[in-house]
Ligand binder design. Structure first.
Ligand code: KG4
Ligand code: ZN
Length: 362
């Protein structure tokens, strides 16, 4: 008999209000709809996400996004088997808005509720898009996350390494701001870097001298700032200098991510029969970084999976998928489900220092 589960996913942990409908048929996922309402315009003037504004906008848009997702999928509430909602980690106001909304819908429609860890959503995306089997290694690199994880099941994560300060996307955004480039910084820097000399500035490769898989990007950002000030002619930064700064910075980030991923894969391969190295998060859109990571996977003899960008960045399909896996294992949350600003995937590892734009790194 065909096993079929249809799940509504809801995501509101940062600045995207998202809803999606996903169907899992005999273990294969089909995304029936994935709606993402971004809040970019609301936060633009502030140079970063303002938590209170984000929370209010989520509360206003959650029902609309959900309605759109159900309509697009051509699925009624009555056809759903469960509702999956991001219950953390993230900006608490936004997470709360999503959890409260999902609780109301679950009670009103008589549907089971499953609370999902946002990071688990990212970590399991490669299974949703490419049928990746456990165990595998994933690198989450975005504006708010930077972790290397060994994933052995929907509830089994070992953190192999993570940033101790900024996430790489955060560094891209801050460097872009200091070079008067538009936000988000990643694509702007990548564009500038095309015409730059990546070997002109020897930026540090933080923590490469340490044998572990932890990373740091905050000092790198400061080093770029220092070089910018050194090469500036009065108030003006020459176009060529800016391109060289971007190319050299991007190469430094790529070097760190590639080397730490290589070490993480080596460590994971000693512990488990890894077949895949997957990436997730907005920074995985960067061609140089992606190419370097693909090379690392090929040297380690494993498959490289980079899901389509729309599922790498924040979305609700990944939450529906992670929820469907948990639902299949019998997970059910009720009205007592709480919103958690911090929620490490690997509860056995100690938390690392580090704030960051989305609150504490988890
Ligand atoms: O996953 P995401 O959409 O949101 C979260 O932060 O969760 O990632 C956004 C981040 C931003 O910091 C953006 O600058 C970065 O991903 N990014 C890139 C590129 N495209 C987006 N970084 C480097 N190169 C890119 N092409
Ligand atoms: Zn995310």
């Amino acid at each position: 008999m065909v096993q079929e589960t249809t799940v509504l996913g809801i995501e509101s942990s940062c600045d995207d209000t998202a809803a999606a409908v996903l169907r899992l048929r005999d273990g294969r996922a089909e995304v029936l709809s994935s709606v993402v309402a971004t809040q970019d315009k609301l936060h633009e003037a502030y140079g970063g996400v303002v938590p209170e504004i984000a929370a209010r906008a989520h509360a206003e848009k959650l029902d609309l996004a959900t309605e759109d997702a159900l309509n697009e999928a051509n699925v009624d509430l009555a056809e759903l088997d469960a509702i999956a909602v991001t219950a953390g980690p993230g900006l608490i106001g936004g997470v709360l808005a999503g959890v409260q909304f999902a609780k109301g819908l679950s009670v009103g429609a008589g549907l089971p509720l499953v609370g999902v860890n946002h990071l688990a959503g990212h970590a399991l995306t490669a299974r949703m898009t490419d049928d990746v089997v456990y165990p595998f290694v994933v690198l989450l690199v975005s504006g708010g996350h930077c972790q290397l994880l060994l994933v052995e099941g929907p509830e089994s994560y070992t953190r192999l390494g993570s940033t101790i300060d900024d996430a790489p996307g955060e560094a891209f955004d801050k460097v872009a701001r200091s070079l008067s480039l538009t936000q988000p910084g990643g694509p702007s820097i990548e564009h500038e870097a095309h015409s730059g000399n990546a070997d002109r500035f020897q930026f540090p490769r933080p923590l490469l001298d340490q044998p572990n898989c932890n990373m740091s990007f905050s000092g790198l950002k400061t080093a770029v700032l220092r070089e910018r000030d050194r090469v500036m002619d009065g108030d003006a930064l020459r176009i060529g200098d800016r391109a060289d700064l971007c190319a050299s910075f991007q190469k430094a980030v790529a070097d760190v991510l590639a080397e730490k991923s290589r070490r993480a894969l080596g460590a994971a391969q000693e512990a488990a029969p890894i077949t895949t190295f997957a990436v997730a998060g907005g920074v995985a859109a960067n061609t140089e970084i992606r190419d370097r990571l693909e090379q690392v996977a090929s040297e380690a003899g494993v498959r490289f999976v980079a899901p389509p960008l729309k599922y790498c960045t924040d979305n609700a399909a990944m939450i529906a998928y992670a929820g469907a896996e948990l639902f299949a294992l019998g997970h059910r949350d009720g009205p007592t489900l709480s919103a958690r600003p911090r929620w490490p995937l690997d509860t056995a590892s100690q938390a690392l220092v580090g704030g960051g734009r989305k609150g504490p790194k988890s």
